[in-house]
Design a binder for this molecule. Sequence first.
Ligand SMILES: CC(C)(COP(=O)(O)OP(=O)(O)OC[C@H]1O[C@@H](n2cnc3c(N)ncnc32)[C@H](O)[C@@H]1OP(=O)(O)O)[C@@H](O)C(=O)NCCC(=O)NCCS
Length: 169
Amino acid sequence: MEAKKASESFTIMNEMVLPNDTNTFGNLMGGRLMYWMDIAAGIAAAKHCNSPCMTASVDNLSFKNSIKLGNIVHIEAIVSRAFTTSMEIHLKVWGEDLLRKTKYESNEAYLTFVALDENNKPKPVPAFIPETDEQQRVYDGALRRRQLRLVLAGKMKAHDATELKALFS
Ligand SMILES: CC(C)(COP(=O)(O)OP(=O)(O)OC[C@H]1O[C@@H](n2cnc3c(N)ncnc32)[C@H](O)[C@@H]1OP(=O)(O)O)[C@@H](O)C(=O)NCCC(=O)NCCS
């Protein structure tokens, strides 16, 4: 399987916040944003592996700034590391006020997707090639994020999370 470059998975999604997308404060509902983020990440994952993909996990999401009614939601998703059958996707989200010409950070998150074969079983994905210093930095941190999420999911013993433990020693 031929390795894929980071840029091959790069995905941009834009949405406008309409009344039906808001909470009682007139801001974008977190759940709606998570829905769009899941789709953007799924597209990035599928661009990397050209297979159907399933969301395996969503790392912690903290919302820095709410996105206002009528503003634009700008989501960028890119594969940050590929493992055997899974891929970590890095997402960045901004709000944009086109009338005031301002753009503000909303949140950042990591999602993990697994490629599936025709029997819906995990299948190997292409290797991943970071292309920029920033992508290399995110790639380098992916092992410890993977260990943290697998420990939290009960799929890895804390004792085996060597990258994670190295942070504290
Ligand atoms: C995700 C899923 C396909 C993994 O299948 P599985 O039978 O557990 O397979 P494995 O244990 O062999 O894991 C396969 C890969 O998934 C990764 N994985 C499994 N659970 C994970 C989790 N909670 N977080 C991150 N990665 C996970 C494993 O690390 C492995 O990656 P690797 O091959 O790159 O090392 C399966 O658990 C599943 O279908 N879950 C439901 C997903 C779903 O319904 N998503 C939609 C949300 S509503």
